[in-house]
Design a protein. Structure first.
Length: 118
């Protein structure tokens, strides 16, 4: 069954960068579209970026031009490079398959905390 382990979060100043990683197990990774999601206190979890094949990433408006999602199917890993970080990017970041995230009772990993503050 699906398991994900997110890492790479931390405290960064505005304008800084972080690279998140998510190792996936329990599924045929290459067959699944993957997404990075985030949730801030008091807000709903939202999709930030998604990737099916390696050449087909899509982003929300808030991430476009600053974040880059990529995947390495040989390592069962999906990445999120985050640049020009803003305080409003502060959130707990999760990865998941799009299929699982949209299911009625989705599994989520523990997430990785990103805090953007001076």
């Amino acid at each position: 069954q699906l398991q994900v382990v997110e890492s790479g979060g931390g405290l960064v100043q505005p304008g800084g960068s972080l690279r998140l990683s998510c190792v996936v197990s329990g599924i045929e990774f290459s067959a699944y579209a993957m997404g990075w999601y985030r949730q801030s206190p008091g807000k709903q979890r939202e999709l930030v970026a998604r990737i099916a094949g390696p050449r087909f990433p899509t982003y929300t408006d808030s991430a476009k031009g600053r974040f880059i999602i990529s995947r390495d199917n040989t390592k069962n890993t999906v990445y999120l490079q985050m640049n020009s970080l803003k305080p409003e990017d502060t959130a707990l970041y999760y990865c998941n398959t799009l299929t699982m995230a949209d299911s009625p009772d989705p599994y989520w990993g523990q997430g990785t905390q990103v805090t953007v503050s001076s």
